[in-house]
Design a protein. Structure first.
Length: 250
């Protein structure tokens, strides 16, 4: 079988990349150095794939679509969380070198693979799943696309659960019980969705310990979101609505 070349199938290397990859599991971590051929239009995922296919077949990592649709390939690249399939080496390599590590703020399973369970557990804790307001036998609610709540809800629906924002969040790093930007953004989407029947329950879920008021508004989530979503504004919306709800109860 022909060796994987990366860079759109080009066969002529343009030099050598020095790539340091985080290895090991949660109990024992180390950095391992690889020399990887550099190619034009090469992505970081191409680099990781080359290492696994040509240098060390035991390297563990995740990927699926390779075209920025699934988010499975998210990793830390030179200290920044990124989709590796959409990150071109020429834009991020520093002096011909790369540092590749698993996503921050999540338990490491092996090498570049993290355990996503804590991330999704927080979606459940935030009640960030759809709660139907009508039964299957009832007609579907008709909502105009320009209805204000629909517009607000639509702003966050392109989230693909890649956990880039979660890895970027310093509040998650310092407060492990914090629900995180993705779960809170999804909660805000549902709070504004007229088809969701649990608005008050969602606001209660995100207003307590580890909820929206733990956010320090540093904005790393919005800065690093590959889909250009704005979790920071969504969290600000939750802060306003939870305060309004608390004042109505007082």
């Amino acid at each position: 079988m022909e060796d994987f070349k990366g860079g759109g199938g080009l066969s002529d290397a343009m030099g050598t990349l020095i790539v340091n990859v985080a290895r090991g599991d949660a109990t024992e971590r180390r950095s391992e150095r690889f020399e990887v051929p550099a190619y034009e239009s090469q992505t970081v995922l191409d680099v990781v794939s080359w290492i696994q296919q040509n240098a060390d077949p035991t390297l563990s990592y995740r990927f699926a679509c390779r075209v920025g649709m699934c988010g499975s390939c998210a990793m830390m690249v030179n200290g920044v969380p990124r989709w590796t399939c959409r990150t071109h080496v020429q834009k991020v390599a520093k002096g011909g070198a790369l540092q590749i590590a698993p996503l921050r703020n999540l338990p490491v399973i092996k090498d570049l693979v993290v355990d996503m369970d804590p991330f999704f557990d927080k979606w459940v804790a935030a009640k960030a799943v759809h709660h139907p307001s009508r039964g299957r036998a009832e007609p579907m609610a008709e909502i105009a696309p320009d209805e204000p709540g629909r517009v607000t809800a639509s702003a966050g629906i392109e989230c693909i659960n890649c956990a880039i924002c979660y890895a970027a969040c310093d509040t998650v790093s310092g407060s492990p019980d914090y629900l995180g930007p993705a779960a809170l953004q999804r909660a805000w989407t549902l709070v504004n969705d007229a088809k969701d029947g649990a608005r008050d329950a969602i606001l209660d879920a995100v207003s307590g310990q580890g909820g929206c008021h733990n956010c320090h508004s540093m904005g790393s989530c919005t800065t690093h979101c590959p889909n250009d979503l704005d979790p920071l504004s969504a969290i600000a919306g939750l802060k306003r609505e939870t305060m309004r709800k608390a004042l109505r109860r007082a």
